[in-house]
Ligand binder design. Structure first.
Ligand code: SF4
Length: 482
């Protein structure tokens, strides 16, 4: 590792597609989320005496030149790349750029796709030295401490032996205590917080940010990849969480938080305590979170509202109970509808998260979903195109359930790469557009968006700045519109 600086670690979040497409990418206009996992790893490495840097190409797309410049300046001994199924090709391309510049540099990749595919990731590209499985903080630190030596004893890593064979050291045997982690190194994200955007109409005030206060989910929905955190649920205490928000407010002026937790309210006691802290010592901040219907009730929602809860998202997935029961536990649409009404009656906005094209889906089940969603007092919804990600339970036998074009760069929930038996792709696309169009045609919904003029003026400013693109997306449903 001659000439490399073993104290310098570069962490990279690739764009995932070609730079020219970034300006036309409607999903970037609508939502740019900070790479919180990398920011947490960076803080952890620095706490142990390393000097980490982060390059987030999603927030700053034309980043190749900047990347090469950073490699020349820092001469890092280790490059950590966070990838998804859709971005691994771009991650490998950037690993190639890095090795062309610094041939001795070691490249580690991590993220859900990597945890799901393990050895296959190193087989995918010879440019990758390590695949980090599970949570990255400790494993990346131990790899950095090795300075390129053989990671025989490092848990949580898949690596290449000298003879070219691949070794898998398995998941780490002990989990991090989340309250012992330093706050993520947000300051290492160029332009934070202004370079990052929550989805339009999903927040009242700017600047805002996402934040994670727990890891994992004990459920096992068929479409959900749990390879990183597996079926555990660990969380920050209410006190840590309150201090985290106070830090974001004081240091960066953040006024609204989107908790990116899978199950924010799974541990009721800590949410109650957090809410009481927010009420007793107000920070002047609001927040959004995602919940399952089983883990909220009126009493808790009223407390959350008093603490500043602005919007709650619920995974609905489908309005066809029979289809739903094939894919998740407690498929109870009446309970979901009742919970949504309760959330609304507590004065909190609601957002439904749906999916189209699950195995078993047909036109009748899609129409039932439309009917169900339109019958609910939800303010907003997100309809994803079902994508069978490696690591999800359903991925194992997905080819028996329909046709699957496993083209990784397109596996971003915005393409129908899977078409269930009995459907065709074109019809799915038509129904997808119809689902959204009918939603936006309803007076109640339009009025709701109009009220955002005063409830979320920054959203309207962003919407108007790219109105042409949003409207083209609404009629064409193409992520990279003209
Ligand atoms: S979809 Fe939600 S509830 Fe289901 S396993 Fe994933 S995180 Fe848990």
């Amino acid at each position: 590792m001659d000439g490399l600086n073993e104290k310098n670690i570069l962490l990279l979040h690739p764009l995932g597609y070609q730079v020219e497409a970034a300006k036309r990418d409607i999903s970037r206009k609508a939502n740019i989320m900070p790479p919180l996992g990398l920011a947490s790893i960076a803080a952890y490495l620095d706490q142990a005496g390393f000097n980490s840097s982060i390059l987030d190409c999603y927030a700053h797309p034309d980043a190749d030149a900047c990347f090469v410049q950073l490699l020349r300046e820092l001469r890092p001994a280790l490059l950590g790349i966070s990838v998804t199924t859709a971005s691994i090709h771009d991650g490998v391309r950037m690993a190639g750029l890095a090795k062309a510049e610094l041939p001795e540099l070691k490249v580690a990749v991590g993220g859900p796709h990597v945890s799901a595919l393990k050895e296959k990731v190193l087989e995918f590209s010879a440019l990758l030295d390590y695949a980090v499985i599970g949570e990255g903080e400790q494993t990346l630190l131990e790899l950095a401490q090795l300075g390129g030596a053989v990671p025989e004893r490092v848990e949580g890593v898949v690596w290449r032996r000298g003879d070219g064979s691949i070794a898998n050291n398995g998941y780490r045997t002990t989990a991090l205590v989340l309250d012992e982690l330093p706050f993520p190194a947000y300051e290492k994200l160029a332009g934070y917080p202004d370079a990052y955007k929550l989805p339009i109409f999903n927040y009242p005030k700017a600047p805002n940010s996402s934040c994670i206060s727990s890891r994992g989910c004990p459920y096992s929905c068929s479409y959900c990849d749990r390879s990183v955190f597996r079926r555990t649920f660990r969380y920050n205490s209410a006190d840590y969480l309150y201090r985290h928000l106070a830090y974001l407010k004081d240091r960066f002026g953040i006024r609204h938080i989107n908790f990116y937790d899978d199950q924010f309210t799974f541990h009721r006691g800590r949410v109650e305590e957090f809410c009481r802290l927010m009420i007793e010592r107000p920070l002047g901040m609001t927040f959004n979170c995602a919940v399952r219907a089983e883990h909220v009730d009126r009493e808790l929602l009223q407390l959350m509202k008093a603490a500043g809860c602005w919007m709650v998202s619920l995974g609905i997935e489908s309005g066809d109970e029979e289809l739903l029961s094939q894919h998740r536990q407690n498929a109870n649409l009446d309970l979901l509808a009742e919970t949504i009404r309760t959330i609304k009656s507590c004065g909190i906005r609601t957002k439904g998260l749906l999916m189209m094209g699950l195995p078993g889906e047909n036109e009748a089940s899609i129409r039932r979903s439309m009917e169900y969603v339109y019958s609910l007092p939800i303010d907003d919804f997100n309809l994803a195109k079902f994508t069978p990600f490696p690591g999800s339970p359903i991925y194992e036998n997905i080819r028996e359930l329909g046709s699957f074009d496993e083209d990784w760069p397109k596996m971003d929930c915005m393409h129908f790469q899977f078409v269930p038996h009995g459907m065709d792709k074109e019809r799915l696309e038509q129904l997808f557009i119809e689902f959204y169009k009918n939603h936006f045609r309803r007076h109640r919904v339009l009025w709701g968006y109009l009220t955002m003029l005063w409830k979320s003026p920054d959203s309207w400013r962003r919407f108007l700045a790219s109105a042409g693109q949003f409207i083209r997306f609404a009629v064409s449903n193409k992520r990279y519109g003209g």
